[in-house]
Write a protein that binds this ligand. Structure first.
Ligand SMILES: [Ca+2]
Length: 159
């Protein structure tokens, strides 16, 4: 009986080890996002948005982690994080779709902060995309005086 149990458990153990999600960094650096780059004079600025291409396994759900510094969203629902899917057709222009949209909220000062979001690469899609991208945009739907400036540090994918 013990022997039989070991036979059943061994393949299960190796299966779950193989399914361990792989973590990869798709972007790392130090980049200002916002409308007042002078707030971080020693760091390069991307202005109000940045977009990073990435490869995903369309069949696997995963986790997206955005590391920021000094996000202070005192008003509104937060900055936008969008997962986009890109397609190329033989007979037309390339297309992109927003697969999912998340918000970055916080009130952190001088500390790196992780924001984690679960994603489904095929959410609302009928065909597998050629590749994906992650877009970060500052929240511009609040009063100008309340617009936030912050630093992007890292974008990670776990699948
Ligand atoms: Ca800020």
């Amino acid at each position: 009986m013990k022997c039989l149990l070991a036979l059943i458990l061994a393949p299960l153990a190796s299966l779950s080890a193989g399914a361990e999600p792989a973590r990869k960094t798709i972007w790392e650096g130090s980049l200002h996002l916002g409308d007042n780059a002078a707030q971080f004079s020693n760091v390069q600025s991307a202005g109000m948005a940045m977009q990073i291409p990435c490869a995903l396994d369309p069949e696997k759900k995963g986790k997206l982690t955005i590391t920021t510094r000094d996000v202070q969203t005192l008003a509104g629902d937060g900055h936008y994080v969008e997962l986009l899917a890109h397609y190329q057709d033989d007979d037309g222009p390339a297309r992109e779709y927003v697969v999912d949209s998340y918000r970055l909220k916080g009130d952190s000062n001088n500390v790196d902060t992780d924001h984690a979001f679960a994603f489904d690469p095929l959410k609302n899609l009928y065909a597998k995309p050629a590749y994906y991208s992650v877009r970060i945009k500052i929240d511009t739907q609040i009063k100008f005086t309340l617009w936030d400036d912050f630093l992007m540090k890292r974008i990670e994918i776990e699948q």
